[in-house]
Each structure stands twice: as C-alpha cells, then as structure tokens.
Design a protein around this ligand. Structure first.
Ligand code: SF4
Length: 481
C-alpha cells in the first residue's frame, strides 16, 4: 500500500515510483539497443550505462531528494539485464500503450482509492479529489466551554468557530514530525485534476457543520456554543499538505473573506512565487523547521533539490508582504533546537511580525518517523529556547504563552503600543480593509498594524493564567480532548 506511507517513496506514491522506474528502464533500453545495433563491444555498453548511472545519481547527497519529475536520479535499477531480451518488444509496447492511455485520460486524481480509504479512516472528510477537512480537538473543547487553542490566546480566534481545512492534501516535503505519518501524497507541482474553489469551500463547510452537529448531545457541550459553532468565523489552512500549491488558492481565500471568515494560511517555504502572488490573508505563516541547510534537509526531507534556495527566497517574499506574517518554529529536541545565531539571522531576513515557537507534538513512532518522547521539549525548555532567541533580537519580545499547547509567542515590539501588547486581531476591521483593497484593485493597501487589537491581560506572558482564558475553565484546565 504505497499510498499509505510515502516516506520511502521518491515520487509521491508507489504508482509514480513505478512510472518513473519504467521511464528510466525504457530510456536505458533504447540506449542499449542503439549501441547494440552500432555493433559496439559489450564492455563499452556496460561502461556507458555505468557512467550514466553515476551521473544521474549525482555526486552530492542531494540526490536522495529527487523532485519526482525532472531530476531523475534513481540508483536502484540494477536489474536491467534480468529481462528476457525476446520479451523486450512486448514490454515496450505495453508501456507505450499505457503512457498513451494515461495521456488521453488527462491528469489523475490526487487521492487514489487506497489513500481515500486511509485518510477517511483517520477522520478526514474528503472533498472532491484533493481537499480535506477535519474537526480539531480544540474546536470540540471550546464547544464544551473548556478553553481554546493557542490561537485563541494569541490572536483572539474563537476555536469553536474555526474550521481546519486544506485545498491541497499534497505537499513538497516529508517532514519527520508530520503527524499525518506521510499518508498524504507528495509532489513539486500541481499535476492532478483540479476542483473549483467554490465547490471545495462549500464541501468543507458542509462537512464541518455536519461534524459540529454530531457534537449535539455529547456530554458537556454547551447549546449556545453549539449554535455559534454553526457559524464559522476562522479558517486554518494548515490541516495537511501545502495549501499554497493549489493553483486557485487566491480565489479560495477571497471566497473565505467574502463570507467574513478569516484566513490563517501556513506554507512550508518551498514555493516563493506562490508566496509572492498570494493576496492578503489575515495571517500568513511560514514554517521554519530548521536554521541551516543541513538540518532543514534532515528534518523536512524536501523533494526539491534546490530546497534551501527556495526556502531563502520564500523568506524574502514574506518580507515584502504587507499583512501579518508569522514564523512558525516547531522545536524537536536533539534535531533543531540549537543553532540560535542562525535562527536570529533568519528572523532578520523577513522580520516577521510574530514568531510562534512550539514544542513538537509526539504522534507515535512509525516507519515514517523515528521521533520519540525524548524529542519533545518540556515547556520550560521551549521557554529557555525562546529567551535565548529573543536575547539576540532587539526588536522582539515574548508577548504570550499557551502552556497547554507548549507554545510561546514572540512579537515585534511595534505591537507593544503604550506599554500594552496588541497581538489580537480586529476581525471586522480586517474584513473591511480587505473589501476596500479588492474594490480599489489593490490600490488601497493596508498593514498588520491597521487591524491589531489589545491582548487581554490573561493572555499576556507572565500572567498567572499562563494563557488560559478564565471564562473557559469549566473543568478543563488540563483537558486534552
Ligand atoms: S486554529 Fe487550529 S488548533 Fe485552533 S481551533 Fe482552529 S484548527 Fe483548531
């Protein structure tokens, strides 16, 4: 079931790996045949094939990060000589027919039947052929009046009115800490069938509301919260995959805003042009999973050969965005929690408005991830890291924490107005600004400072609540959903 765990796949799934192998095999076979017909010595043939193989496999360790389409670098085809030469004609014909068939039937669906089964089993509601929605445990917690997620504390979202979705289940990385355990497809560009954005949004909302309704009657669920939950106000585009890969992402975000739903979009910093082209979102995140090329490669296991350049370019693009920008650091003890000076340099590059630092969440050890509980930092260790980091960043300070999520917010001091933090978002104001931006075709632009709101005292770092909203403590101070 290659689709169910693609960590070992170089091209996204078993089927793509086979197609790739088949292409390479046929190319080599053609070469072999042409050498044969020229009457060359068999030693020459061997040497030709060996040279090609060495070139393709690359000299650097980058070779294991094939992009799946252009950089053909497999080195596992040691079995060329095992095919009966009399059968070669048949094999070639069959392969050609299959290619022709594929070309005629157009792009494939991103979600294969086995993947659909696997994702559905994991609780995803799938929409069309490449999108998904899932209800998050914090949404459920807040429906019970038991407190919201860290975005409630840091930015004032109502977790019970938040929908977590993605228009692209595919991603260009295979991160070691990915909680989906690599059940999602991977790829470096959109090469699948594409569903329209309105269909995806309607499907996501319909499925989300269905899941909210299912909470009716669950012990502890408050009727007024349930009613509010039927009116989505926020959308976290971070469920799984890389939402910015979806070619219609701008229209999708626009549709959210038209419904007065705020947008929190997370990208893994591998698509700088998409970051450049994205229209204003409420908050744009870039995942900063490491601070050096080597550790990024180790942690994110990117598909792109030029992943580091893409990462750097993404940060440059982020620095040019007008609205709220965030670096999201996921700390994995023993993997990326050092190299503090490099992190500080990365902050200096894009000067994000905020830096969220979160201890990695343990999701079990699997073939796709070797992380153990030892890699999960304690909250005090996360705080220690953050203190080290802020000591190198004169323009930033710790503003909030959510102890329950093991998450700390570092904010640019421009959000400290008259001694009071303004990390919360004025959502109606954002929607008004985005409407004006659209009506004037982008002439009337706006900045992060135009829609900030004061952070309540309980959410500010150093408060005795440590990030727990005092009005949502119905027996849920240590609720884990
Ligand atoms: S922001 Fe994320 S964690 Fe918070 S409620 Fe929405 S989906 Fe859940």
């Amino acid at each position: 079931m290659g689709d169910e765990n693609v960590a070992g796949s170089k091209h996204g799934n078993l089927e793509n790996d086979f197609d790739h192998w088949q292409d390479q095999f046929l190319t080599r076979l053609r070469k072999f045949n042409s050498i044969e017909s020229c009457g060359s010595q068999s030693e020459e043939k061997t040497s030709d094939l060996d040279t090609e193989s060495a070139d393709e496999s690359g000299s650097g360790s980058d070779s294991e990060f094939s992009d799946g389409e252009d950089n053909e670098d497999d080195d596992e085809e040691g079995g060329d000589g095992l095919v009966d030469l009399e059968e070669i004609g048949n094999v070639m014909k069959k392969a050609k027919d299959k290619k022709k068939q594929d070309a005629e039937s157009g792009p494939k669906e991103m979600i294969t039947p086995s993947l659909r089964k696997s994702l559905t089993k994991q609780g995803y509601k799938l929409i069309g052929s490449h999108s998904g929605v899932k209800i998050c445990r914090w949404t459920k917690a807040m429906l019970r009046g038991r407190g919201g997620c860290y975005k409630h504390t840091f930015y004032g979202i109502a977790s019970h009115q938040c929908m977590e979705t993605t228009p692209s289940l595919a991603c260009a990385n295979k991160c070691v800490f990915c909680w989906r355990h690599h059940s999602n497809p991977v790829g470096t560009e959109w090469r699948w069938q594409m569903d329209p954005p309105d269909m995806i949004l309607d499907g996501a909302l319909a499925n989300h509301y269905k899941m909210i309704k299912q909470m009716k009657g669950v012990p502890g669920v408050l009727p007024e919260k349930l009613e509010e939950g039927m009116n989505v106000q926020h959308c976290a585009l971070s469920l799984v995959g890389e939402p910015i890969m979806y070619p219609e992402i701008n229209r999708f975000v626009e549709l959210l805003h038209e419904k007065s739903i705020s947008s929190f979009l997370v990208t893994n910093a591998q698509f700088p042009e998409a970051i450049r082209d994205i229209s204003p979102v409420t908050q744009l995140y870039v995942s900063i999973d490491a601070s050096t090329k080597d550790s990024l490669k180790k942690i994110d296991r990117p598909l792109f050969r030029d992943f580091w350049e893409r990462f750097m370019d993404s940060l440059q693009e982020l620095s040019r965005k007008g609205q709220r920008t965030v670096y999201r650091l996921t700390l994995v003890k023993g993997w990326n929690a050092e190299e503090m000076d490099n992190y500080a340099k990365l902050v200096d590059m894009a000067k994000p408005d905020f830096i969220e630092v979160k201890g990695v969440t343990y999701c079990g050890t699997s073939k796709a991830s070797t992380l153990t509980m030892d890699n999960v930092p304690w909250h005090e260790e996360v705080l220690h890291f953050v203190r080290q980091l802020t000591s190198r960043l004169p323009d930033y300070e710790i503003s909030c924490e959510h102890e329950h999520s093991n998450c700390v917010l570092v904010s640019h001091k421009k959000f400290l107005v008259n001694g009071k933090w303004h990390t919360w978002i004025d959502y109606p104001k954002f929607h008004q600004l985005v409407r004006e931006f659209k009506q004037t075709n982008g002439a009337q632009t706006f900045s992060a400072l135009d829609y900030m709101e004061p952070t309540p005292d309980w959410a500010v770092f150093g408060s005795e609540e440590r990030g727990f909203d005092p009005i949502s403590t119905q027996g849920g101070w240590h609720y884990w959903g």
